[in-house]
Design a protein around this ligand. Sequence first.
Ligand SMILES: Cc1cc2nc3c(=O)[nH]c(=O)nc-3n(C[C@H](O)[C@H](O)[C@H](O)COP(=O)(O)OP(=O)(O)OC[C@H]3O[C@@H](n4cnc5c(N)ncnc54)[C@H](O)[C@@H]3O)c2cc1C
Length: 436
Amino acid sequence: MSKNEVLIIGGGLAGCEAAMQIASRKIKARIIEMRPNKMTPVHKTGNLAELVCSNSLKSTNPVTANGILHQEMRKLGSVVMKAADFARVPAGQALAVDRVVMSKKIEEMLLSTGYVEIERKEITSIPEETPCIIATGPMTSEALSKDLSDLLGGEYLYFYDAVAPIVSTESIDKSLTFKASRYNKGEAEYINCPLNKEEYDKFYNELINAEIVQDSHGFEQVFFESCLPIEEIASRGYDTLRYGPMKPVGLRHPSTGQDNYAVVQLRQENKEATMYSLVGFQTRLKWGEQKRVFSLIPALKNMEILRYGVMHRNIFINAPSSIAPTSETLVKKGLFIAGQLSGVEGYVESSASGILCGINAARYIKGEDLIVFPQETGFGSLMNYITSADPDNFQPMNINMGLFPAIEKRFPSKKDKNTAIAQIAEDVFDEFIKTI
Ligand SMILES: Cc1cc2nc3c(=O)[nH]c(=O)nc-3n(C[C@H](O)[C@H](O)[C@H](O)COP(=O)(O)OP(=O)(O)OC[C@H]3O[C@@H](n4cnc5c(N)ncnc54)[C@H](O)[C@@H]3O)c2cc1C
């Protein structure tokens, strides 16, 4: 491979974005995509950048976290955004697309640069050459996953079945909670949400009758016993939750001394304490059902879910231990991890991560410093989270307002607050891109 070429493994959303960034800097990009010769369990075609599930790139509203990321991607020449606009179908404020038209447009735009080559074969080990971008997604084929795991340290390649929802701190009714750690061991780090018997009964009955997401991709519905979905635990008996994730023992109210019938613990998710996750509440309930059933927990009555619980097969690296905010691996210079494999979650986030890797791989070739986006921006907030989260509890993350630095000021409404965050993101981003 010529030194003036970047190798990209995987022609998904991230791989295509990376290739466009590289090509637009007049550097050759070689995408190696295994489909259609070897398919993944979820892709249906050999098309580049295939959307595997929903056809939506979510809200375009610039005062949402997703909308902020959309805007930033557009300013950086995102090929996914351009093709999505071309393939757009009516869906209100959501950017929904005809997925086949979008894929074809992306391939056409990449090839028309004259700098992108596409090869169809499976890569089974990490190439020696640098720069190289691994963008093989949550369905990374087995041999490559194994090699990646060996390179990053065996324990640093994860496979998750279910994740718990994350809620915004400001939406928790603190008057109905108390801070304590079980048996008062260590700092009182958890927010505890108590339920009395009547509240528990109602919650339990709704939970066991709630609708779950049916497995449309043929994944086996076998769970790790240590990571059971909450509804699965509940289905095993009335008291199973009270001996599991809703165990009340050792969680007496610190000021009243009162015992509780059941307690849901919330764990801080980010340094800024703007997000908390429901401990042990990994779930495959439908999203509407998560909102309906979990808001029966009194302190969460008005909760705002920032990331819903999800369940699907998903390979990802332990980003906090494995990559820098540039997306370059800590163990090998010039090797970048892009997309969902890097620990971001979602189509838009994976695409954004591809853009970052493309820019940095091109800078690597030119001998320039790699870039790190400021934390106030959509790109920066996401990369900051995945690379500085707690490595012991790391799960992939989607873009959300809780990732942006908190503003120390009271706002009349949430909309005002989000507008202020979006404005700061835009100002900081615009200044930053002038420097690159
Ligand atoms: C079942 C499922 C449903 C999802 N639904 C949604 C959703 O509705 N909305 C949303 O926002 N996000 C969703 N996601 C999450 C995520 O956004 C997508 O997985 C997204 O496609 C990730 O983009 P990517 O570029 O990182 O990976 P991908 O788009 O998967 O691209 C990776 C590419 O690498 C190729 N590849 C893999 N291994 C090799 C190899 N060894 N050699 C060569 N090529 C290889 C694959 O064939 C694939 O084309 C879903 C994920 C899964 C698993």
